[in-house]
Design a protein around this ligand. Structure first.
Ligand SMILES: Cc1cc2nc3c(=O)[nH]c(=O)nc-3n(C[C@H](O)[C@H](O)[C@H](O)COP(=O)(O)OP(=O)(O)OC[C@H]3O[C@@H](n4cnc5c(N)ncnc54)[C@H](O)[C@@H]3O)c2cc1C
Ligand code: SF4
Length: 586
């Protein structure tokens, strides 16, 4: 038996004005889709996007949801007052040179304000006119180093200096609507901030299992490990002035959809009117690796990174093996090399980063790693693990033996949906959402009061096709959090589709890689600027569609300015024209 958390009033319910859930035939259904803004053609609506494997498996929730659920309606969130952040007021910005790492994300978000020169330094306009203030704010949110400060305009909360109790106290907000954000990471913070910016003046509760406020994860494999940034410097500043209750160190254990409540550790229930699911992902582990050994590490949280930081600084630590060749593993290899360690990168597939960047571009990264002294072992895996106390002995399938001080697993991630099992939501590979970010249950029915965002969310990006996918990038967490908040306020019928151009970056031994779009969708890769040999180029990824060739991604190595032009093409199908031959490959 569970009881409401003391101090949390039951949420106010408005009378339902239409049927709570829209039943659809079959296991999944996508609402009719019009053209994506800025694109040349409508994307054909898919027939099914719920995963068939889960559809008929939850008869209990099917009946209950249809008969008893009482979700809030879009109208329930009608905004009581204008936006709290005036994005049309002039602002002043400054950049902390000690933090800025010239990633150039600010330039992508606000090209009118930030520019990276040929020489690689950042130039920006301090006094930002009102028309570019929104761009400037977005750059602040997306800078992984939290290097940009902004002044002017209003803050993101009604009372910027309000003290925030770690746990909420009296039920001072009785009768007000409550939005719960499950997962106090970047996507959750972004959604919460957007709710306030849009004028939501109900109760906002962020629940996270980590003891920290949301922090920037990208520096965990880079500047935090190298000691250039401390843990306090990773904390996002966006929550300054956010009028919210923070339930930190509080794992969520369940979701009761038809009772509109989440369950917390210890059995407490927290009712909600609207829910944002943003519980992210966790690092994958390997069953055959020694489970309790201090010498086998993953890197997802500040705690993980702190442990690796300590391991690297242990007096005798000389050799680290990184298992898995994703971006995080490769970045870790860079940091460990800079620290003077011997690094072996063991990757099951070949070439490096083939799945993400394709064979030719991935090979360039392998070359960069090898030149920096990383021992890159491709197409191999560990078959035997021995913890000898003072070192780990690993046997590879080609017979080689590696003795090392510790291993870091960089094997990808799995979505944090264990708390949603049995809830009725479709959680096969993340929380399945419709095009508007509203969650979908095992029968493909849209939940009007539940949205998802960030690494945990799987949704069909109509810019590309109808296939639901997860995207695990920082800028994506910011944008999807914002969109999910808007969608929650507007409701599934009025919300826009979320159809962004995903963007990410990485740094490999000083080479800055920036990408826009989804390179893995490309069937053709052409070098459209620079050259592979010089390791300075822009690669364009495209595929054929019934409407003509479509640019699906562009990846730039040390060419951040040049990338901008290609970014704007992504997702468009270009009508075939006679004589429009492909540019010569170099
Ligand atoms: C080492 C590292 C390097 C990276 N580098 C880059 C990079 O260079 N470029 C890039 O674009 N992206 C990078 N990323 C990815 C980027 O950081 C993520 O995409 C982003 O943090 C996703 O934000 P999120 O809010 O969706 O998830 P998270 O940041 O993971 O937040 C989710 C939160 O929910 C909490 N949670 C989970 N389950 C529960 C539960 N049951 N109850 C309560 N709380 C729960 C988690 O503890 C976590 O705090 C990197 C990530 C890592 C780990
Ligand atoms: S986004 Fe990159 S270049 Fe821009 S301020 Fe932040 S660290 Fe510097």
């Amino acid at each position: 038996m569970t009881h409401p958390r003391p101090g949390y009033p039951a949420p106010q319910r408005l009378p339902a004005t239409r049927a709570p859930y829209v039943p659809v035939p079959g296991p999944g259904h996508v609402p009719a889709q019009g053209p994506v803004p800025g694109q040349g053609h409508p994307v054909p609506p898919p027939a099914v996007y719920a995963s068939p494997a889960v559809s008929p498996a939850h008869p209990r929730s099917a009946v209950e949801l249809q008969s008893t659920a009482e979700p809030i309606q879009a109208e329930a969130f009608d905004l009581p007052r204008p936006a709290l952040v005036a994005e049309d007021e002039a602002v002043r910005i400054s950049v902390d040179n000690n933090r800025c790492h010239i990633y150039g994300i600010c330039q992508q978000e606000a090209p009118e304000i930030f520019r990276i020169s040929e020489g690689g330094s950042l130039h920006y306009t301090r006094g930002v006119p009102a028309e570019f203030a929104a761009q400037a704010r977005q750059a602040v949110r997306c800078c992984p180093m939290q290097a940009i400060q902004i002044r002017g305009g209003a803050g993101p909360g009604p009372k910027a200096d309000r003290a925030h109790p770690r746990r909420s106290g009296k039920a001072s907000r009785a009768g007000r609507r409550r939005v719960v954000v499950a997962g106090a990471g970047l996507a959750g913070l972004s959604a919460a901030t957007r709710l306030r910016e849009r004028g939501f003046d109900g109760e906002l509760v962020l629940v996270g299992e980590e003891p920290h406020r949301p922090y920037s994860r990208p520096p965990l494999s880079k500047q935090y490990l190298s000691g250039a940034l401390s843990d306090e410097q990773l904390t996002f500043r966006a929550d300054e002035g956010l009028d919210a209750h923070w339930l930190l160190d509080t794992p969520i254990t369940g979701l009761d959809i038809h009772g509109s409540a989440i369950e917390l550790r210890g059995g407490e229930r927290l009712p909600f009117d609207g829910l944002v699911i943003a519980t992210g992902v966790d690092a994958k582990r390997l069953p055959e690796a020694p489970v309790f050994s201090d010498r086998v590490r993953t890197i997802r949280t500040l705690g993980d990174a702190a442990a690796i930081h300590r391991a690297m600084r242990t007096a005798q630590a000389r050799h680290v093996v990184i298992l898995g060749g994703g971006f995080v593993g490769c970045e870790l290899a860079c940091t460990a090399r800079e620290h003077g360690m011997d690094v072996t990168l063991v990757v099951h597939s070949a070439p490096l980063l083939r799945r993400v960047l394709g064979e030719r571009v991935g090979s360039v990264v392998a070359g960069i790693q090898r030149r920096a002294g990383v021992d890159v072992r491709l197409g191999t895996q560990i078959t035997d693990w021995r913890d000898h106390g003072d070192m780990l002995r690993l046997r590879l399938d080609d017979g080689d033996v590696l003795d090392c001080d510790f291993v870091v697993l960089g094997l990808g991630s799995h979505p944090r949906t264990e708390w949603l099992r049995g809830s009725g939501l479709d959680v096969s590979d993340g929380v399945l959402c419709g095009p508007t970010c509203h969650a979908v249950d095992g029968w493909g029915r849209v939940m009007p009061h539940i949205v998802a965002a960030g690494d945990v969310a799987r949704w069909p990006n109509a810019r590309f096709d109808s296939q639901p996918r997860r995207v695990e990038h920082l800028i994506h967490a910011v944008e999807m959090g914002q969109h999910a908040a808007d969608a929650l306020l507007r409701g599934p019928d009025r919300a826009a589709r979320f159809a962004p151009v995903p963007r990410f970056w990485s740094e490999q031994h000083g080479t800055r890689i920036q990408a826009a779009g989804i390179p893995s969708l490309g069937t053709d890769v052409e070098i459209v600027e620079g050259s592979l040999r010089a390791e300075r180029f822009v690669a364009r990824y495209s595929r054929r569609t019934p409407y003509g060739p479509q640019t699906v991604a562009a990846v730039a190595f040390d060419m951040p300015v040049e990338l901008l032009a290609y970014r704007d093409q992504i997702g468009r199908s270009l009508p075939r024209t006679r004589g429009a031959g492909r540019r010569k490959r170099r």
